[in-house]
Design a protein around this ligand. Sequence first.
Ligand SMILES: C[S@@+](CC[C@H](N)C(=O)[O-])C[C@H]1O[C@@H](n2cnc3c(N)ncnc32)[C@H](O)[C@@H]1O
Length: 288
Amino acid sequence: MARETVGDLLWRAEACLAAAAIPDAALEAEFLLAHFLRTDRGGILVRKREPVDGPLLPLIEDGIRRRAGREPFQYITGRQEFYGREFHVDPRVLIPRPETEQLIDLSLGLLPPGAAQVADLGTGSGCIAVTLAAERPDLHFDAVDRSRDALEAAAGNAERCHVEDRIRFHHLDLADLPASWDQRFDLVVSNPPYVSEAEWAGLAPEVRDHEPRQALVPDGEADRMYASLAVSASRVLKEQGVMVLELGHDSAGAAVQGAVSAGFGYTEVHPDFQGIQRMLVAGKGKRT
Ligand SMILES: C[S@@+](CC[C@H](N)C(=O)[O-])C[C@H]1O[C@@H](n2cnc3c(N)ncnc32)[C@H](O)[C@@H]1O
């Protein structure tokens, strides 16, 4: 029997993904095959008439089956780019989102020159701490998560980016930071879970059924979580320290209120590229 060609497999993958109601099934099929055949979309089109290597076939078929089960593309490839670096991702961690790159830009603009201490509360894949560490070799980090699985994944990413000697990972709740951290940090950053139960139920299957629920949905109301985050951050920040938080689409008012109640001296809300109030900057001292 003639061996299946790249073109045959592409057609099969597209049909399978379209049947699973995946938008842009044709494009996704090309990307999926490109990943397994270690090429790019152009390479797939050029190789359409080539037979697929026998040992690769079951791997590709498994990838198609997983994607048709609405598993995120990034968990299948194990990779997501964030701020120009490649992060390993798997179901232990939230896939880093492009909007979180704005948190990196804001943080880099606010950090004092020279050595500084940063806390990352809810580190997940480690994308925030690892990126800041790679961008600024004079920073030292304490990164916290209550998921041991996420901390393992983050530690792997720190090693891959060669910043593991400057990030300590801690299995802690962000509401329960040790007293020895009081007034230690110049910057506290966090992209906390902020999706409500009702919103979660309506999310795409890729997110709802595959990404870790505790990375998306806080224990109680998001407003309470932002208040608790501000209390923790206020305690561990130095006198002139700054907190930068990513916000849910309707969290700005509650997050600002939480920061003011926790004693922050000023707050600023920054919109994202869609105009959604996405980042909160809150400073302990006066805005300089
Ligand atoms: C939205 S994800 C952010 C992950 C990563 N920082 C990013 O930006 O992609 C939130 C992370 O916070 C962790 N988390 C949720 N509630 C927490 C809590 N109360 N204390 C510590 N970590 C928490 C979750 O396990 C998850 O890894």
